[in-house]
Design a protein around this ligand. Structure first.
Ligand SMILES: [Ca+2]
Length: 172
């Protein structure tokens, strides 16, 4: 797998790579929430700066959630170049699939950034690069898969994210 580097407009999006990107992560000071919670697997765990990938330190939507999503409020409008998602590393890696990344100046975040159709492998970084000129305060990640390495835990898609990093620059 290729090493991660700063988002590069010459690369195709999405980019699957290993390792960390650069420190300009706007999500670290953001406030996250998600469509539903499975146990203690809260939206916050994707913006805590902790890149551990065991399920207990990651987000996880509820089994009965038919339309899972995760959202971060950056606290102000930013120019956004890309969004990196760190996948779970202990199991169910194939649930990071059918992912749509959108941004917006309001919470409905309807502007397309990019897609990842997956599926990802364990503890994989997936970078979705937004089109040039993408701006927004909210970054939304929607989708997920129900398959879990041959298990059949849930008929509905599950969204699990261990860390989300948003690259760009705040306006102000
Ligand atoms: Ca984390």
């Amino acid at each position: 797998m290729m090493p991660c580097s700063s988002p590069n407009s010459q690369l195709q999006s999405p980019v699957v790579c290993s390792g960390e990107f650069h420190p300009n992560n706007l999500a670290l000071t953001g406030v996250a929430r998600q469509s539903s919670d499975y146990g203690e697997q809260l939206a916050f765990w994707a913006v805590d700066g902790d890149r551990r990938t065991h399920f207990h330190g990651c987000t996880h939507t509820a089994d009965d959630d038919i339309d899972p999503w995760w959202l971060v409020d950056l606290g102000g409008v930013a120019s956004i170049s890309g969004v990196m998602m760190l996948n779970r590393g202990d199991d169910c890696a194939d649930r990071l699939t059918n992912i749509s990344v959108t941004v917006g100046v309001t919470e409905d975040a309807t502007r397309h950034c990019g897609r990842f159709d997956g599926s990802a492998t364990l503890a994989q970084d997936v970078l979705v690069q937004c089109p040039p000129g993408t701006q927004g305060q909210y970054v939304k990640i929607s989708g997920g898969g129900h398959v879990c390495a041959g298990h059949d835990y849930s008929p509905n898609p599950i969204l699990t994210l261990c860390e989300v990093e948003v690259y760009g620059a705040m306006f102000n």
